[in-house]
Design a protein around this ligand. Sequence first.
Ligand code: ITT
Ligand code: NA
Length: 185
Amino acid sequence: RVIYAATSNMHKIRELERVLSECGYRVEPIAAPKVELQGDLRSVALYAASLAYSIVGRPLIVEDAGLFIEALNGFPGPYSAYVYKTIGIEGVVKLMEGVADRRAYFYSVIALAYDRGVALFEGRCDGRIAEEPRGTRGFGFDPIFIPEGESRTFAEMSIEEKNMYSHRARAARRLCSWLESGEEL
Ligand code: ITT
Ligand code: NA
């Protein structure tokens, strides 16, 4: 079985695939227009998934994620993609210079659009912002995020290791349970 993912981010596809293969699904990218509406992760994922489904006409998922830094009142949160593209990892490290409270979390919302509507699956990963970037794997803010109970950043981990902690893997496991509970796509 195949589940389509409307994303251009191949790292996301690989991370999702590791989890979803455990419930018998392959994940394949599908081209869909990318709506860049601003808002909370849930609304963005839900709207993007409905729109993509109305165009593509087959069940698909959209995943929207963000990094929320406690000392910055949750910034960049829903603005994570923009912040990554503009000030980048180095910019975030600068913003956090001399800040003692390094707590942060990643949040992921998977929206699955199918003939009966849209179902949402969410996952959170608590951790902290590293003093400086470390590691070359993963993507995005991975070099500066250290999940709770670890000393390594996500960028120093394999996909399997990142998936033991990650927001995305947690959301994907919820999707798996839902699929295994007998929902037909
Ligand atoms: P889409 O095409 O699926 O939207 P994207 O790369 O734009 O892919 P998001 O909007 O979901 O991804 O994520 C917002 C930003 O947060 C993105 O630029 C990444 O840099 C970062 N991000 C999301 N998930 C991450 C993860 O698991 N590890 C590190 N950074 C992540
Ligand atoms: Na996005």
